[in-house]
Every structure is written in C-alpha cells, then in structure tokens.
Design a binder for this molecule. Structure first.
Ligand code: FE2
Length: 279
C-alpha cells in the first residue's frame, strides 16, 4: 500500500497523511450510521461529557463501562447553566466510543479493510490488534479541545507499539480544529500513563519533558477521505472548534500482538470478546 518514501516519512516524522484513502460512499455510510446511533441515544439517560481536562476526576463509571460497548458522550459546553442542552442533541455529542468496530456492522465494515491491514504491517505492526474505535464530532461552535497527549498513555505495550489510524470524514482545517502534531516528537519519552484499577483511574506522570508549542507543532490540515497514521509516542493536540462547521473524524487504535499489553490499560478483552485485527 505504502511506498518506501511514505514509510520513511512515517519513521522520520512519526506521522503520515494518506490522501483519498476512503471514498465518499464509505464515509457517507459511516456518517449516517453515527447519526442513527445518536438519534437512538436517550439524552436523558446520561449527562456524561467527554473532556481531557482533569481526566482523573471526570472519568466516571459511564465512561469506564464504554470500553467494550457503544456509548455517546456530550461536549463539555453542550449544557447551559440550567443543566439543559443548549441545542439539538445531534449537535451536542462530542463522541461515540469505544467498540463500534466490533459491535456495529457499518463501523465494522469500515474498519475491516485489507488495505488497512497492509498499512499497519508496513508501519511496523506485525499482527495488529484493534482495541478501540471513536467517532469524533468536533461540533461547530462548541467542539472541545483535546489537550496535548500521546496515545501510548492510554494503550501501553512493551515495547510501545500503539498506532493510531485517524480518518478525516470532513475536511479538517485550522478553523474547525484539525490535529496538530510535533514532527519527530515520537522520539521523545512517554510523559503520562493512564492506569485503571477496577473502577478507578489515575494518570501517572512519568516524564517532565514539556509539550510542544506553536514553534515546533504543525497543523495537519487534511481533506475528507484522508487517513492520518501516527505513532503512539507522537505528541498531538486539537484546538476547540469555534467555527460554524463540524469536523467529523473516526479513529482506530491498534497495538502489535507480539508485544505485552499492559493489564492496567483501561480497555481489556477476554475470550468472550477477543481483540481482532483489521480483517
Ligand atoms: Fe490522541
């Protein structure tokens, strides 16, 4: 799938943009399915928001129980002071997570792609295992910031292998909150570890290396259909979306079966629901 130049670019920068990876029909099907999941979501059942600020304090049972199922999370700014949604539910959801790739037929079809399996192999995952899927809405006006982090914080293996597959379902621009990343930053240390013990989570600070800033970070502005692959140690971030347009994206996180998956990662599988690859 990838040329040797693309593979070298990934090794050098810690990320790679593959334009036109997914076609319009596949994207339309995924978007329609996400819309349906949200329309069927009972907004009165939960007021759970997703935020990357004070994540230890704000992670609740609703979040932890979404590890191997399908749940919707609100944008932090979705509610007014009266505790009610400020606008329509469909424009209030931050994300859907975290096992649609295995549990939902439309998401499964999108995620089970021999070309993805090939890309994963070419990026160094000898046998990919896909632990998590997220549909991210980045809603117009209120799309939440995702603070600087490394995805290996959430999916630790020894050695580190987690690789992110990020699909732009709409054009991602500086205006609507595209990804920002630090080229070459994947050669730095793992700064934090998100640890789960039963119903409790905590973030261990492992390294005090500062997060990047505007002087070294680059904006990953990509067209709908693009696939962005990035290394688990790559620092990345996305700004709030204050524009009038959404920035939908879909992500998959995979590790290599040949590495040791930490028993403290927040998502675990067992024989009843085994982790699978891209095909
Ligand atoms: Fe991330």
């Amino acid at each position: 799938m990838l040329t040797s130049a693309q593979q070298a670019e990934y090794q050098r920068d810690g990320f790679l943009v593959v334009p036109d990876f997914k076609g319009g029909a596949e994207i339309a099907a995924l978007r329609a399915r996400a819309e349906r999941i949200v329309s069927q979501f009972d907004a009165s059942a939960s007021r759970a928001i997703f935020t990357t600020r004070e994540q230890e304090k704000k992670t609740d049972d609703y979040f932890l129980a979404s590890d191997n199922t399908i749940r919707c999370f609100f944008e932090e700014e979705a509610f007014g002071p009266d505790g009610l949604l400020k606008r329509d539910k469909a424009l209030s959801i931050n994300k859907i997570g975290h096992a649609m790739h295995d549990l939902d037929p439309v998401f499964r079809a999108f995620s089970s792609d021999p070309r993805l399996a090939a890309v994963a192999r070419e990026l160094g995952l000898a046998q990919a295992q896909v632990w998590q899927s997220m549909y991210i809405f980045k809603q117009p006006g209120i799309g939440g910031e995702v603070r600087w982090h490394q995805d290996a914080t959430y999916f630790e293996t020894t050695p580190i292998s987690v690789t992110t597959f990020w699909f732009a379902l709409e054009d991602a621009t500086r205006d609507n909150g595209c990804l920002w990343a630090e080229p070459g930053g994947h050669r730095g240390p793992l700064r934090e570890r998100f640890v789960r013990h039963g119903g409790q989570v905590r973030i261990d600070r492992l390294d005090t290396t500062p997060w990047p800033d505007d002087s070294t970070a680059v904006a990953l502005e990509v067209k709908a259909g693009s696939l962005v692959c990035f290394h688990g140690l790559l620092p990345h971030y996305s700004a709030p979306n204050r524009s009038a347009v959404s920035r939908h994206a879909y992500t998959l996180h995979a590790t290599d079966a040949g590495t040791a998956y930490s028993p403290h990662n927040w998502i675990q599988r067992d024989a009843a629901f085994p982790v699978r690859g891209f095909i």
